[in-house]
Design a protein around this ligand. Sequence first.
Ligand code: AMP
Ligand code: ZN
Length: 468
Amino acid sequence: MKLYNTMTRKKEEFQPLEEGKVKMYVCGPTVYNFIHIGNARPMIIFDTVRRYFEYKGYEVNFVSNFTDVDDKIIKKANEEGISAEELSQHYIEECKKDMAGMNVKPATTHPLATQEIGGMIEMIAQLIEKGYAYEKNGTVYFRTRKFTPYGKLSHKNLDDLRSGGRSLLVSGEDEKEDPLDFVLWKPKKEGEPSWPSPWSDGRPGWHIECSEMSRKYLGEQIDIHAGGEDLIFPHHENEIAQSEAVNGKEFARYWMHNGFLNIDNRKMAKSLGNFRTVREIGEQYDLQVLRFFMLSAHYRSPLNFSAELMQAAKNGLERICTAAANLKYLMGNTKAEEMTEAEEESFAQSEQYVKEFEAAMEDDFNTADAVSAIFELVKFANTNSSTENSKAYLKALLERIVKLSDVLGLIVEPKEELLAEDIEALITERQAARKAKNFARADEIRNGLLEKGIILEDTREGVKWRRA
Ligand code: AMP
Ligand code: ZN
């Protein structure tokens, strides 16, 4: 399997640190609003990467954080007259709903920055001890020049940064030893959430979050670190400096970055008024269509969002769903059970599309070609199935389409509606679990029902349910 490594600017053969395992960290969103469709791109892309590794039999430890303390969060919370914690909690819940709608699997761990402050303080203290950081008036800075490989990911040269990057130099933090130094810890301002530290009551800088959470949940070295291409510099460059200075080891083996999503060929920005949230898109389309749209381009290419492309995505997805529904229909209307020899041969023939699919995914996750392979399989199924075929053959073809689609996170089988009596039985089981204080099981039932679109409401007259 080959993947493009931003660090070496080459496609490289994937070699896991530990046989059969993948340790993967994806920088998550800053939660002060509903996520926008730009944020959805890395979620869908790296969820697909994860699904492909799982399909290949790897055990994937997938960590993705929520940045729940930050200037923008504090500003919005103050505007709304609520605490930063209330605001971020709210948008984390909303983000999880959008993720579920896009069929993005929950991470193995979704750490919150505010829950990891102790570890960050410890890491900063280690950096000071090793001479990589220093404190001035309650602020702690990273001593960038001391980390000599600095710039290796973004392929920037320290001296160019100094002479070229005016915006980098005009920081207003004139107590720094060097304009290239960046903040690890900053003292609080009036009305800001803060935590005690050896240097001041304050909060961590953004970059240290990921270095600490990655180390805590995945270890000092990981296989893949990922995010949008805007994060290459300075965020990922700074993460590397911090992690490698503390741990004395290469931080991540492979760096993967998705290209940007534009809208109607323009940059998506609040100021341009062309900012679209996943929630808004979900009112217009099934979010599966958004997922299909994202996968129709290579993840490293810029992608333009437009009504026409969404329509094309809708049609493409429908083609697969229709073929799946058709196979299901045929299965219910055929008499033959067992596969004939001719059918076995025909089914074996369809294996070539699986090979094409895998070859596309093995070539730096070329999802556009992987989708084409599914289309070919669909075409094959459409022309090679009828009520004359056996149930076993039709089922095998259907499973093949469903399995490949599932690697891309696309749900193509018609959802089976839960019967009222099954729902009632699960509600009764949930009540019993709660009575027995088995809250884990009770939650599992509630969430399982939610996934199938059944919402439970605890009322005074008992538990009521409705379809979403
Ligand atoms: P943020 O909340 O801005 O930190 O972004 C969370 C993730 O979304 C990061 O990986 C960003 O690189 C990514 N991202 C933000 N905007 C876009 C966009 N327009 N296109 C693609 N990825 C984006
Ligand atoms: Zn990060």
